[in-house]
Write a protein that binds this ligand. Structure first.
Ligand SMILES: Cc1cc2nc3c(=O)[nH]c(=O)nc-3n(C[C@H](O)[C@H](O)[C@H](O)COP(=O)(O)OP(=O)(O)OC[C@H]3O[C@@H](n4cnc5c(N)ncnc54)[C@H](O)[C@@H]3O)c2cc1C
Length: 454
């Protein structure tokens, strides 16, 4: 059980996967070490939305409450961890006090004092991820507006062809009416989609697959002008080549890290790209003691990408080092989870149509693991070898080719297995009677029980 202590106040900014997992890990570790801590989690939104599979969840033709969006999102109040205090507000600034510790100021005008601050604010991508401070009703209206705009669109432009852009383009292509001539334009700044942490062979493979997909137009070009602003109504997209595209819907898919917005009072704490600058061994800020980051620091440059395994690894290190900092003991050295995997584990271009897992630079020692066995046991199923379907493990180790593994991913998403960390936690809370699960979201009117996010 956590006890509150004036000297051991930990504030976590952000209650996504990173913030939730950190609060659980801190409580477990503090109990083991008989340390007394108090944890406050501040999040700008009253709801949680699962990034994983979100392009699929956003782009369904059924009612928003009837399918995977409902599985992949929930009110923050349903994700509470016993012993943690919650505040729904947006942190505007963090200032380091001269004698140690921090003073946080929120948009709502609250001042919060902390001995340790952990930034877990993730990144945003317009429309694909909800904006900071948005509430669940407004988000549902935004999703409805997106679906409505895409239903009648003749030209959709998606700019940015990293993993999120490719995933979004694939789902948009399946959503719009390509049979009647709607075109989905994907703007890619190089000849190949995805970044160079992926193997070149895989990038070429998926690039060709996208180029060949009916309804897709792949451009090697760059968007210029006000390219960061999405538009669900007609607009002109300008390209570096001088070409323009008259778009009915324009969706930029560039990630923006947010720490720069609230850490500006601490010199050197945030990089110009919005990531927190951390010591790569301790994950503590290089600018000030007692400030840590998970999922939004420049460790991503070393780890290669942000994914749930990487976040879980960072959670372990940060939890240990927060307690070490408070106790005045030596910090542990960060060991990245799945250190051998430097790129996103898979790339999806349209669920049910095409995806890949374990690409050529997967790092698992020995090509046999990729081609001849289901790690760690030999896989005797030919279906895996021909690449047209998933193996008994639910994955395939093959280069991108078939659509079977996409179906496997879809199953994971919808059943919630992939997202068990968060949604499983919510289920446990409901079982324990800690939350009231009768959140009623009425289609179109979006009234819901706004139960206590304190
Ligand atoms: C489209 C997409 C697909 C992905 N697919 C996968 C996948 O299949 N597998 C995988 O492992 N990973 C995947 N990822 C990557 C990764 O797992 C997620 O990005 C992860 O969910 C990030 O969690 P987080 O808690 O760090 O950030 P977020 O979930 O973004 O949470 C950040 C929280 O911080 C809050 N916040 C921000 N600023 C403030 C502020 N100033 N004050 C208060 N609160 C604030 C926000 O409201 C938000 O709730 C995917 C990412 C995307 C975008």
């Amino acid at each position: 059980m956590t006890t509150h202590s004036d000297n051991n106040r930990i504030v976590i900014i952000g209650h996504g996967l990173s913030g939730l997992e950190l609060s659980k890990e801190l409580l477990t570790l503090a109990k083991k070490k008989s340390a007394s801590i108090s944890i406050t989690v501040v999040d700008s939104r009253d709801f949680y939305e699962m990034d994983m599979g979100m392009p699929y969840a956003l782009l369904q033709k059924q009612d928003i409450n009837a399918e995977s969006y409902a599985t992949s999102s929930c009110l923050q109040s349903q994700l509470k961890v016993e012993g943690v205090s919650y505040k729904k507000d947006t942190v505007r600034s963090v200032a380091a006090r001269s004698g140690g510790g921090f003073t946080l100021l929120t948009a709502g005008g609250t001042t919060i004092e902390a001995n340790v601050v952990v930034c877990a604010t993730g990144f945003t991508i317009p429309v694909l991820k909800p904006a900071t401070g948005m509430d669940w009703g407004a988000r549902r209206e935004e999703i409805d507006a997106l679906r409505a705009a895409l239903s009648t669109a003749r030209t959709v432009v998606i700019a940015g062809s990293g993993n999120a852009g490719v995933e979004l383009a694939g789902e948009v292509r399946l959503y719009v009416d390509t049979a009647s001539g709607c075109k989905v334009h994907l703007i890619c700044s190089s000849d190949l989609v995805l970044n160079d942490t992926f193997g070149e062979g895989d990038r070429r493979h998926i690039t060709n697959k996208i180029r060949d997909a009916p309804g897709m137009v792949l451009h090697t070009d760059r968007v210029v002008g006000e390219y960061g602003k999405p538009s669900l109504s007609p607009s002109t997209v300008k390209l570096k080549s001088g070409n323009t595209i008259a778009a009915d819907v324009y969706l930029p898919c560039f990630a923006k890290f947010l720490a720069g917005e609230y850490l500006s009072q601490i010199d050197g704490a945030a990089l110009s790209n919005g990531q927190v600058a951390v010591n790569q061994e301790s994950l503590e800020s290089t600018a000030v003691k007692g400030l840590f980051a998970i999922g939004c620091s420049d460790i991503v440059q070393q780890e290669g990408h942000i994914s749930s395994p990487k976040i879980m690894g960072q959670v372990k290190t940060v939890a240990a080092n927060v307690l070490a900092y408070l106790a005045g003991t030596a910090s542990v050295v960060h060991t990245p989870k799945m250190g051998f995997v430097k790129h996103d584990i898979y790339s999806i271009f349209g669920t049910g149509y095409f995806s890949m897992l374990h690409t050529e630079k997967c790092g698992i020692p020995g090509m046999c693991c990729r081609y001849l066995c289901g790690f760690p046991f030999p896989c005797l199923f030919g279906c895996c070898l021909c690449g047209c379907d998933e193996g008994p493990c639910g994955y395939t180790c093959m280069r991108p080719a078939g659509g079977g593994h996409a179906k496997a991913i879809q199953k994971f998403k919808v059943s919630g297995k992939l997202i068990n960390s968060v949604i499983g936690h919510k289920r446990d809370n409901v079982k324990k009677g800690l939350v009231d699960d009768d959140v009623t979201v009425q289609p179109k009117t979006y009234t819901y029980t706004k139960s206590a996010v304190v």
